[in-house]
Design a protein around this ligand. Structure first.
Ligand code: NAP
Length: 347
């Protein structure tokens, strides 16, 4: 059997870091060899540094690993970053400059001109720009914001087939999206908070880069108009989004459902280990999708869509659900790493 590729996780103690550990516990290509976090955690055994909140038990071997500092002196060339944005920017750039392949969940490098903002099923062709990155042999690839990912997965086949003029989206976002320990229980229980710092701007700008085209080795943004309103709701995992959409050429309801059901991307063509068979699942029941019932569809990597109906202001409206720490973070990053390896971007 071929030896597995060693990977390191930066920010391993947080909400996304823990999801990485859970998802990589039995990965066919990758093996966790190093964990790193802040000075508060470094030097401790992982099991003593973390407050493990996953629903599966912590792997015995990983529990014993010593947490390291986030310095580019690790042996693993693949580095998955789940770092807090207050520190991610510089640390990730240091790793890339030192020759590491960094795949990040943090916002810091998402709009760097030479950094792809990747959803593997949507814009695998954008990876081409990493060849000319300023970092030399190392590079940075970023994962979009967790609520952007669900939205853009649903939009991609619609944009390709019918052209989109504008989108209005209202989100209902899970508490795990705010990191661990996140919002105090007294604030979120019996409540909805109609504000998530910076989120609306991310949702209004990131789709334009992701759905953009490569021209002369540069990404040219698409010109769709997006308006977003973001809310935090008392759900553990899974972001639900109510979307209104106006097309360049209005399709029928059947045509829309058909392109969603038939949507496949490069990860499915390459049969990558973390690629869901169906990236988009259309739910026929008018009460679906729901976070509790549908967030784990396709091992948390499928996006569920439902309630497609005519809209009296836009052309149509529908609902999208995606798992924020799986498809929206750790799972999306692992799929990106599989794509980078399969496409020959890594040694
Ligand atoms: P989190 O639970 O707050 O975890 C943050 C991690 O960063 C912890 O491991 C923490 O280590 C580490 N860290 C903090 N300060 C550090 C420092 N000075 N040096 C080194 N490490 C430091 O956050 P999260 O929810 O996992 O999110 C991680 C990143 O992914 C963020 O940038 C977030 O915006 C992004 N993201 C999150 C989601 C989601 O659904 N949660 C989805 C997409 C993207 P210690 O425990 O040692 O302090």
């Amino acid at each position: 059997m071929e030896k597995k590729i060693e990977v390191a996780i930066l920010g391993a103690t947080g909400s996304v870091g823990q999801k990485f550990i859970e998802m990589l516990s039995d990965h066919p290509w990758f093996e966790i060899s190093e964990l790193a976090a802040s000075e508060k955690s470094s030097g401790k055994k992982y099991q003593d540094a973390v407050n493990w909140i996953m629903q599966t038990p912590l792997n015995d071997r990983v529990a014993e690993l010593e947490v390291k500092n986030c310095e580019p002196i690790l042996k693993s060339k693949f580095v998955f970053s789940a770092l807090d944005a207050s520190v991610a920017g510089e640390i990730e750039a240091d790793f890339a400059r030192a020759g590491y392949y960094v795949i990040s969940n943090a916002r810091n490098h998402r709009f760097d001109e030479d950094v792809p903002l990747l959803i593997p099923e949507v814009n695998a062709d954008h990876l081409e720009i990493v060849k000319d990155q300023k970092f030399g042999k190392g590079f940075i690839v970023t994962n979009p914001n967790c609520s952007t990912i669900g939205l853009v997965m649903a939009l991609k086949p619609l944009q390709d087939n019918f052209g989109i003029e504008s989108v209005n989206v209202v989100t209902m976002q899970a508490i795990s999206g705010g990191g661990y320990p996140g919002i105090p229980s007294m604030d979120i229980l019996d409540n909805v908070i109609p504000f998530i710092s910076g989120e609306e701007n991310k949702m209004e700008t990131e789709p334009l880069k992701i759905l953009g085209e490569i021209k002369d080795k540069k990404i040219v943004n698409t010109d769709i108009k997006v308006s977003a309103q973001c809310n935090r709701v008392p759900v553990q995992d899974g972001h639900l989004e109510a979307v209104q959409i106006k097309f360049n050429k209005k399709p029928s309801k059947e045509e829309i459902i058909n392109v969603w059901k038939n949507f496949k991307g490069v990860p499915q063509e390459l049969n990558l280990p973390s690629a869901p068979v169906n990236p988009i699942i259309y739910c026929e029941n008018e009460k679906h999708p729901q976070p509790k019932t549908h967030r784990n569809m396709g091992n948390g990597m499928s996006v569920s869509v439902g309630r497609l109906r005519e809209c009296s202001i836009f052309d149509y409206k529908f609902v999208v659900l995606s798992h924020n720490t799986v498809r929206g973070a750790a799972g999306g990053t692992i799929l990106a790493a599989e794509l980078l390896k399969a496409k020959g971007y890594t040694e």
